[in-house]
Every structure is written in C-alpha cells, then in structure tokens.
Design a protein around this ligand. Structure first.
Ligand code: ATP
Ligand code: MG
Length: 565
C-alpha cells in the first residue's frame, strides 16, 4: 500500500496515448500550444465519470502549460437549468481546477446560425420538411443507402428563405429541420444528411425566447471548439463515429486552420454503479435516493458528502489512466484511494456504533482518568488529546461474546483484553434482561496497566475500543453499502429493469456514541473511528445532534485482491 505514491509517480512518467498525440501535434507545428475544454451539458450533476474527464482535460493543460475552458454545452433548452450550471461550477472548483475561460455554447447561437447560412449558400445544407419518424424510416441500413428526402434538391435560395422563417418563429415544432447534405450511401449513418437545427419553442435558461431553433450537438460542438481555438477536443469513445462529421462541418464552412482535433478515450464505468445522468436523475426523481448529493450517489457532490476528498478523486483518475477500450473499473479502487488519502490526514478517534454497556466494578464511582491518545500516528504534527475514562463505558457489541469460538481474542467471560489507550480489563459477569438479551457486562480493571501497558509482561491478545458513558456524545451514524447489488447493474435480461438491482439495504442508520473530542466537529470534518472506518460529519448535523457518514470501512478488499492477483 505504501508503494502507491511511487507507483503513481512512475505511472505519470509514462505518456498515455493522448499525450503522445499532443506532443506529436506540437512537434509537427500543428498547434503552438495546448488548449482543452471541459464541455458539460447542464442537464444534471457531475459524476465520477465527468471527474475523470475534468482531470484529463485540466491535467493536459497543466502538463503542457496550456489552458482549459469550462464550456456549458447548452444547446437543448428542454432539459437544461441554471441549478445544474451552478453545481457544475462548484464541483469543478472543488476538484481543484480553475478554468481559464467560462463559455456557453448558447453564446455562439448567432455565429452558429450564420455558419449554417453559409452551408446553405454553398449547397451543403437544406431545409427538410419530413417528420423525424419519416427521416428515420428512410435512413436505410449500413448496407442499404438512405432514401433521399424530397426536399434534398431544393435550391439554396428556397432553403435560405425557409431557414430564416424557421428562425423567425413562423413554423411549429417538428415541422421543419435543417439538414446537412452529405452522403446518403455512407456506411457511417451519421453522415446520411444529419440534422443541424430543429425547431423548439421553449425558453432557454440563458437566451430566453430569443431563439426557437436550436443547433444539434454534432454541429454546435465542433464549431464551438473552433470559436474557442481549442486544440484538442477530448471526448468519449461513442463519438468516434461522429468524428468524420465533426471534421466535415469545419471543412465545409471552410474555416481557416488550425482546426481542433477530436480525440476519443473510453468512458469510465464503475462496478456496482450506474453513471448516466439520465439514470441518476431517475433515482432522484423517484426518491430512490435522497437527492443528487445522497452519499450513495456516484455524483461529485454525493462523493463529497460521503467524505471523499478532491485528492482521492484525482488520485483515482490518475491511477485508472486513459484507455482506448471500454472497461469496468472496480469500485474498490476508488475506496482504496480515499483510504490512502485519509490515512494520512484523518485524526483517529474512538466511537462506538453498536453500543454495549460495560461497568468496571472495581473502579471508584466518581473517579475520572484523563488518558493520552495520539491523534494520528501517520502525522506527528497532528499531536495528541485527552480521553476521559470512567466507571461506565460503551464497547462494540461485536467485541463481546458470551460463548466465544476458538481464536476469539476480544472480550468474553473470564478473559482479559486491553481497552485502547486505557487499561486491561477482565470480564467477570454478564447481566441479561427478561428475554435473555445481554444488557450489561461487568469487568474489573488492573490499575497498574494504565495507558494500556502490561504491568508484568503478561500478554493480552485483544485490543478493543470504547467510550466513557458519562462523557460520550450520542450521534446518528449512517452506514452505507453499495447502491446496487449487481456488479454491472445496467446489464439486465429483457423485461427486467436496472432498478431491480437496487440494494434495499444500502443505508442503515444507527445510534452510536463518540468521544467528546468530536463535540465541535463541523460538517465535512473527517475522522478515522478506530477499527471501524473513516467517517465524516454530515451536513444534517446541528449543534444538538451530530450526524456521521461512514465514508469507507478500514478493510481493504482491493489491495488484498491485487496482492492475491
Ligand atoms: P451522461 O451520459 O452521464 O449523461 P454525458 O456524456 O451526456 O454524460 P456531458 O455533460 O455531455 O455528459 O459530458 C461532459 C463531458 O464529460 C464530455 O466530454 C463527456 O465525454 C465526459 N464524460 C461523461 N461521462 C463520462 C464518463 N463516464 N467517463 C469519462 N468521461 C465522461
Ligand atoms: Mg452528453
């Protein structure tokens, strides 16, 4: 595990294929600098897949001393909203990146419109009056060419007149489109006279009612890249087949060089996770989760609330690298990265999430010991704190067994264990209620073992954590499990729904106790609860009630898997 940083450094020395392209372009003088962009559509919150793209785009600019734009690809007024714009800005900043320029594709509607007129004038686009159903039935198959639209040969003058009238709002939604005139026999279906503009009489979140025709993604994207002088336009693999179209638009408008270069990489897929915004929106709308920032969501705001740090997400993005082929990354790797980061940063504290009362019968009634506890063995500067110890404690219910199996080194009748930082105690007696349920465990302690040190060299195998009942603070603890039960939740048989794979037990809320050191903890503060995992203070906490999210347990299944490999 400690080799991770070195491994990271070594990985970074190796160039990925995108960096190789970039360096080649610079060497050949195709571009004099590097300018990338991150182009989200503001129709949802960012997820970990977007974070990968953000790290990639900003990372390239940092590496080659270039620039990165944040561009909102807001060409579809139906699904977009300012709420999403704000969250995207917040999330990119939180991940640690500052964009050089903030732009909106909608800022270019005027320029995009003018270029569309240029295409019409050159005979490379025409106004089509087929419905979208008609267009799709006439599309043909990869082997059979499309049937030409009856409007394909109309004159540029007539198309121009109709296009202007489309823009002026003379026609209803769906009645006309502007289509590129390319190649109806192309084996690439995207080249068979794709639509450039459609009529949508909907208020846009920025341009209001100024426009009632909106450009399609393929047209708007490349031209926006060009306007912003983007050099490398990085996108996910499904756009590879769109690349000829991307280049066709730039070439057909005869835009002077240099033009942007589109490069595709494999999108990030994570096991036990769905990642499309459309599906995440469904989870939110159907109340399957408590909003976009539910700690079970793979959104950036969900991960933040869960207790992930920006560093851990950037480390994850680095470690997975860039691939040319689709694959599924083990979600355990993401958990590994947050453990790595919090191991260095998080103070250790004692908390009990499934409490069982312990009474130290030979400990004086009103005595309180102030014990020394180290905050973080990985960080000497984190210092130490005092821990109050008293006659009544809580320990973890799992740390006591009345009839222990062989090899159980925690507390059981007659055995001695070490209470972390405190004393050796021996269980003398078990108190049960009428139902036979254990309600209290009685122990005696050895005053000579203060600090948890053996007074006479006698060995105790088990060390357990505890809190003082009198001093501890009650807290709500939210324990999370995977949101989906299937490794690839979207792979379902016909007739089944991906939502059938939702784990009904992904959230468990329990009442626990934490040491008083945490009394002033603030929302977002992160701690290691010794032996239990990393926890962070949730935004639902108030002065009266602390709420913790378990970010991740301490158990490292991924690292084990790798060493077993
Ligand atoms: P989704 O399919 O989840 O709705 P999207 O691609 O439609 O995502 P956009 O807002 O268009 O979302 O994406 C912005 C940028 O983030 C694009 O460049 C896109 O390629 C990239 N991106 C989106 N999802 C992933 C992913 N899973 N892995 C890597 N990059 C991604
Ligand atoms: Mg998209």
């Amino acid at each position: 595990m400690t080799d991770t940083n070195d491994a990271l450094k070594n990985e970074n020395l190796q160039k990925n294929f995108i960096e190789e392209f970039v360096e080649e372009d610079l060497q050949k003088g195709r571009y004099t600098h590097v300018h990338t962009r991150f182009p989200p559509e503001p129709n949802g919150y960012l997820h970990i897949g977007h974070a990968k793209s953000i790290c990639l785009n900003f990372g390239l600019a940092l590496k080659y001393n270039g620039k990165t734009n944040l561009r909102f690809d807001d060409t579809n007024p139906v699904t977009e909203d300012t709420e999403y714009v704000d969250s995207i800005r917040e999330d990119v900043r939180w991940l640690g990146f500052n964009w050089d320029n903030e732009y909106y594709a909608s800022d270019y509607f005027g320029q995009l419109y003018e270029w569309a007129e240029v295409l019409i004038q050159k005979g490379k686009a025409y106004v089509c009056e087929l419905s979208s159903e008609e267009i799709s039935t006439m599309r043909g198959t990869p082997q059979i060419p499309a049937t030409p639209s009856p409007f394909r040969e109309r004159s540029p003058e007539e198309s121009l007149d109709l296009f202007r009238r489309m823009k002026n709002g003379e026609f209803p939604d769906g009645s006309k489109t502007l289509r590129a005139k390319i190649d109806l026999a192309s084996p690439n279906m995207h080249m068979r006279d794709p639509i450039l503009y459609r009529i949508i009489h909907v208020k846009h979140h920025r341009t209001g009612d100024q426009w009632c025709i909106y450009p399609m993604y393929d047209y708007a994207h490349g031209e926006s890249d060009y306007i912003e002088k983007i050099t490398h336009s990085i996108c996910t693999l499904e756009f590879e087949v769109h690349r000829p179209l991307y280049e066709w638009f730039l070439a057909s408008i005869e835009l002077p060089l240099p033009r942007p270069r589109q490069i595709e990489f494999a999108r990030l897929n994570l096991s036990y996770t769905v990642m499309s915004k459309r599906k995440l929106l469904q989870l939110v709308k159907e109340n399957r989760v408590n909003g976009w920032d539910d700690p079970r969501m793979p959104t950036v705001c969900g991960l933040r609330r869960r207790g992930f740090t920006p560093e851990s997400i950037r480390m994850f993005a680095d470690r997975i690298g860039v691939a040319k082929r689709e694959n599924v990354i083990d979600v355990g790797l993401l958990e590994f990265c947050i453990r790595e980061d919090l191991n260095k940063k998080a103070n250790r504290v004692l908390g009990v999430i499934n409490p069982l009362k312990v009474v130290i019968t030979n400990y004086p009634e009103n005595q309180v010991d102030e014990l020394d506890a180290i905050n973080n063995p990985e960080d000497p500067e984190a210092g130490s704190r005092k821990l109050s110890f008293g006659r009544e404690l809580y320990i973890e219910r799992e740390d006591f067994m009345e009839v222990p199996p062989k090899g159980y080194f925690r507390l059981s009748p007659g055995t001695e264990v070490r209470l972390r930082y405190a004393y050796f105690v021996t269980c003398t007696n078990v108190v049960k209620d009428a139902q036979g349920e254990i309600v209290e465990v009685h122990c005696t302690y050895d005053p000579a073992s203060k600090g948890g040190n053996s007074p006479d060299g006698r060995k105790v195998k088990g060390t357990i954590h505890w809190v003082s009942a009198k001093h501890a603070i009650e807290a709500e603890i939210r324990l999370y499990d995977r949101l989906f039960m299937s490794e690839t939740p979207e792979d379902v048989e016909e007739g089944q729904d991906w939502k059938d794979n939702i784990n009904p037990d992904s959230l468990k809320v329990v009442k626990g106790f934490v040491e008083p050191y945490l009394a002033n903890a603030k929302s977002g503060d992160k701690f290691q609860f010794e032996r239990l995992g990393y926890f962070c203070v949730d935004a639902d906490s108030t002065d009266k009630k602390l709420v913790f999210n378990r970010t991740v347990t301490l158990k490292d299944s991924w690292a084990k898997m790798v060493t077993k490999g």
